[in-house]
Design a protein around this ligand. Structure first.
Ligand code: ARG
Length: 284
């Protein structure tokens, strides 16, 4: 008799680990310029609703047992709510961001200051453009971590080399090809050490091959769910916080043994962001 544990269709049990997140409230959020195809300054934004939705995301993390620290938002930086772009932290080493567009440039210093005042001693100001965890995603087991690194729209490929030397980890360069999926975290979500969800068509063919080799158990997102930024998800290894609009992706992750936690960030989607964009993981 085949044990249920070895049955190919039985989902693997998934294990959550407690995470530390940094978030920045959308107090000054608006869409006053367009630096990605999702942004249309003629569409009004309901900032109060954005605040309530953001706070529901924060409370979802707390409910899952994670910690959330808050970065003070600055006026004139309407995209600062997308905290994931402000830095990348691996093993307590902080690589600051350098933004592609002038509209967001001021966010980088606020992040550096936060990490310094939070007691981080290895804080590196980057030479090349990198948009933090928007394009640099950590995967793999703790002893063997790698950084998946997007390029094509925002992060400079030279920043991949810089990240490899700052973190002392292998960096896997990935070419993004669809402007709607301008950051790696809109085209790929790391669900646990060996599992990603992704949209193959957002990557150049050679990058698709690399990802297929690295992640044979990858979950392919239905195109309609990628188109509501369903892949902009945050996983603790078991719970996957994802946009409520991405119902089929939620079903797919559940079939793989994860627990979907849907949240509605419809107002922030107008800026081209979802749960992951609002969430910087502090890997101390
Ligand atoms: N409006 C912001 C931009 O275009 C959205 C950033 C979304 N963040 C992310 N991690 N994908 O830069």
């Amino acid at each position: 008799m085949t044990s249920v544990l070895s049955h190919p269709s039985a989902p693997r049990a998934r294990t959550a680990t407690r995470r530390r997140y940094l978030m920045c409230p959308p107090e000054h959020f608006t869409v006053s310029y367009a630096i990605n195809p999702w942004m249309d300054p003629s569409v009004p934004v309901d900032r109060d609703l954005a605040m309530r939705q953001w706070d529901a995301l924060r409370r979802a993390y707390l409910g899952l047992g994670h910690s959330v620290e808050v970065l003070d938002p600055l006026p004139d930086l309407p995209d600062m709510v997308f905290a994931a772009n402000g830095a990348t932290v691996v093993d307590g080493t902080v690589l600051g961001a350098r933004f592609r567009y002038a509209e967001r440039a001021g966010e980088a210093a606020a992040h550096l200051a936060w990490f310094r005042s939070a007691g981080f001693t290895r804080v590196v100001e980057p030479e090349f453009v990198n948009e933090g965890e928007g394009d640099l995603l950590v995967a793999g087991p703790p002893e063997d971590q790698i950084v998946l690194a997007g390029t094509g729209f925002r992060t400079d490929p030279r920043a991949h080399v810089e990240a490899a030397s700052v973190f002392g980890r292998p960096v896997v360069p990935l070419d993004l090809v669809d402007p709607r999926y301008y950051h790696l975290d809109t085209a790929l979500a790391v669900l646990d050490e060996t599992t990603i969800a992704w949209l193959p068509a957002a990557f150049a063919p050679a990058s698709q091959d690399v990802l297929r080799d690295l992640f044979p158990d990858a979950i392919t997102v239905p195109a309609a769910d990628a188109a509501v930024l369903g892949l902009n998800a945050v996983s603790d290894g078991r719970h996957v916080v994802l946009p409520i609009q991405a119902g089929d992706l939620a079903d797919a992750v559940a079939e793989h043994g994860f627990v979907p936690v849907p949240v509605d960030l419809s107002e922030l989607l107008k800026g081209g962001g979802g749960p992951k964009c609002c969430t910087l993981e502090v890997r101390a």
